[in-house]
Write a protein that binds this ligand. Structure first.
Ligand code: TXA
Ligand code: MG
Length: 353
């Protein structure tokens, strides 16, 4: 189901924006308890949260996002007891990863327990579980554990296919018009990690990396006593179910046409674009080492370390759209493992729609 039309009446954004206070947390927890949505900051990106056990709330998340109903959503929890209650079995590997990396930017896929709604899993027999570390997310989860189910279903708080939000302002301008006056947006400042959680599937015979993200595959593999390459092996058998919507080729996409170009070809590529269609607004996301000015290209210097790059990437994509960029000329990232998540998101941002 895709709901793309904007609500017909009312101001553009009706959901209340809340800041970091005890009253705000209580108000947001109450909103969840009443089946409304709360956009919340996590350390990775902002999520669009609803009570994970309330089917109406989960349906509302899909509607606001315009997301197909067979794309599962992650359940967020405050503690291990909640996490274990959502899975049919809790393997030793889950214990190891949870002990090492939770709370943090890691989502673990396990066989689901009977308690979990079909709506949440997209009808699959597995469930994605994550314990976020952002203080506001944790405070909300703790409060919601005391007054409600304590389980928050939350995809990233962007319209389907668009760039994920890393600031409350991105939520307001992106999905804000699809929220109601009963929904809330919690402002927790810019997200520290900046790209989504790493997803690791522990539901099958061997652990598999489904989505690179804020936690490196190397760190996960080390804790599991495996090599990172074994995590990256794909079975290739199940291509019909869109298990990880971020795995669709074109995702996390800005409005501008985005193009990845190797460093040594940037200047030439820029010249060609400008010659072909003069007057276009061309923004270059180039890392500082290759700052060679090219007439007609506005260079936005990018950090040279992958963590720093990941932290600002989505914000740059949002800003470029806001600035009315026609073309984004993005310097290809290095090929080493530390850049895996950034390279993945850049590749999808640049995939033709
Ligand atoms: O960092 C994050 O993971 C953020 C924050 C808000 O927690 N959330 C996030 O959610 O990125 P979302 O829905 O935008 O991406 C989660 C991905 C989806 O592509 C979904 O298909 C996949 O996780 N997923 C969820 N449950 C799954 C399952 N049982 N099996 C396979 N993939 C699953
Ligand atoms: Mg998403």
């Amino acid at each position: 189901m895709l709901e793309t039309a904007l609500p017909k009446k009312g101001p553009a954004v009706r959901a209340a924006l809340l800041t970091d206070t005890a009253e705000s947390i209580a108000e947001a927890a109450q909103a969840l308890n009443h089946g409304h949505l709360v956009a919340l900051p996590t350390e990775t990106v902002y999520g669009l949260g609803g009570d994970g056990f309330n089917p109406q709330a989960v349906m509302q998340i899909f509607k606001a996002k315009g997301r197909p109903s067979d794309h599962p959503v992650i359940l967020h929890v405050a503690d291990l007891d909640h996490a274990k209650s959502l899975s049919a079995s809790w393997p030793e590997s889950a214990d190891r990863l949870a002990n090492a990396f939770w709370p943090g930017p890691l989502t673990i896929i396990l066989k689901r327990s009977d308690r979990v709604l079909d709506l949440v899993t997209g009808g699959q027999d597995t469930v994605g579980i994550r314990m976020p570390s952002h203080p506001l997310a944790r405070a909300l989860l703790t409060k919601f554990s005391a007054c409600g189910s304590g389980v928050i279903a939350a995809p990233s708080a962007n319209r389907f296919g668009a760039v994920s939000p890393t600031q409350a302002a991105h939520v307001l301008s992106g999905i804000g018009p699809w929220l109601t006056e009963d929904d809330r947006i919690l402002d927790g400042g810019p997200c520290a990690v900046g790209v989504e959680s790493t997803i690791i599937d522990l539901s099958g015979p061997s652990p598999r990396l489904l989505r690179p993200g804020g936690l490196s595959a190397e760190k996960i593999a080390a804790v599991l006593g495996l090599s990172a390459s074994t995590l990256r092996v794909t079975s290739g058998s199940d291509t019909t179910v869109p298990r990880v919507s971020g795995s669709l080729q074109s995702h996390y996409a800005p409005r501008a046409i985005a193009q990845l170009v190797p460093p040594e070809e940037l200047a030439e590529a820029a010249k060609k674009i400008i010659e072909k269609q003069p007057g276009q607004r061309v923004i270059g996301l180039w890392r500082s080492a290759v700052l060679t000015p090219v007439a007609g290209v506005e260079i936005w210097p990018m950090p040279e370390d992958p963590e720093g790059y990941a932290r600002v990437l989505y914000c740059c994509l949002h800003d470029a759209d806001k600035a009315g960029a026609d073309v984004l000329l993005i310097e290809s990232p290095p090929s080493d493992a530390g850049w895996e998540a950034v390279a993945d998101r850049l590749m999808r941002a640049c995939a033709a729609r």
